[in-house]
Design a protein around this ligand. Structure first.
Ligand SMILES: [Cu+2]
Length: 161
C-alpha cells in the first residue's frame, strides 16, 4: 500500500515537474533594443559676423552738379524770362546772339537794382555764340539777370532752387 502511495506521490511530483518544465512559458525573449545611433550633434558653424565695410567719406564737397542753359538774344530780346538752376551748381550758359551787328551779353545780379553783380558775361556782337560758365549762388531765391547793353528791355528772373 505505502509503495503505491509513494509511486503516486512520485508520479505527481514528476508530473508536476514536467508541467512546470514543459509548460513553463518561454521566458520573455529579450527583444533586442534597437540601439538607436545617437544623433550626431552637428556642431553649429560659427557664423562669422561680416565686417562692416566703412565707406570712405567723399572728400569733395556736395555740389549742385552742372546745368546747361540755352539763352538766345534776338531782336533785342531774350528768348526766356526765367532761368532756374540748383544752388551751387556750375552753370553753362550757351549764349546765342542772333542780332547782326548788335552787342549783347548775359549778367546776373542779386536783384533788379543791378547794383551787386554775381556774374557778368563778356559782351559779344552778333551774330555769334559763346558759353558763359559760373557758379550759381549757394543760397536759394530769386535773383536777376539782364543784358548790360540793353538793361531796360532784356531782363529776367534768375531763380536758384
Ligand atoms: Cu542786349
Amino acid at each position: 500500500m505505502t509503495k503505491v502511495i509513494l509511486y503516486l506521490v512520485l508520479a505527481v511530483v514528476l508530473f508536476g515537474v514536467c508541467i512546470a518544465g514543459c509548460a513553463a512559458p518561454p521566458g520573455p525573449t529579450p527583444t533586442p533594443t534597437p540601439t538607436t545611433a545617437p544623433p550626431t550633434t552637428t556642431v553649429p558653424s560659427t557664423t562669422t559676423v561680416p565686417s562692416t565695410t566703412t565707406v570712405p567719406p567723399t572728400t569733395t564737397p556736395p555740389s549742385g552738379g552742372t546745368v546747361d542753359v540755352y539763352l538766345q538774344a534776338k531782336n533785342t530780346a531774350f528768348n526766356k524770362s526765367t532761368i532756374s538752376v540748383p544752388a551751387g551748381s556750375t552753370v553753362n550758359v550757351h549764349f546765342d546772339n542772333q542780332d547782326q551787328g548788335v552787342p549783347h551779353n548775359f549778367a546776373v545780379y542779386t536783384n533788379s537794382q543791378a547794383t551787386t553783380k554775381i556774374f557778368g558775361g563778356t559782351i559779344i556782337t552778333g551774330v555769334s555764340q559763346t558759353i558763359y560758365t559760373f557758379t550759381a549762388p549757394s543760397s536759394t531765391g530769386n535773383y536777376f539777370f539782364r543784358c548790360d547793353v540793353h538793361p531796360s528791355v532784356m531782363t529776367g528772373t534768375f531763380t536758384v532752387t
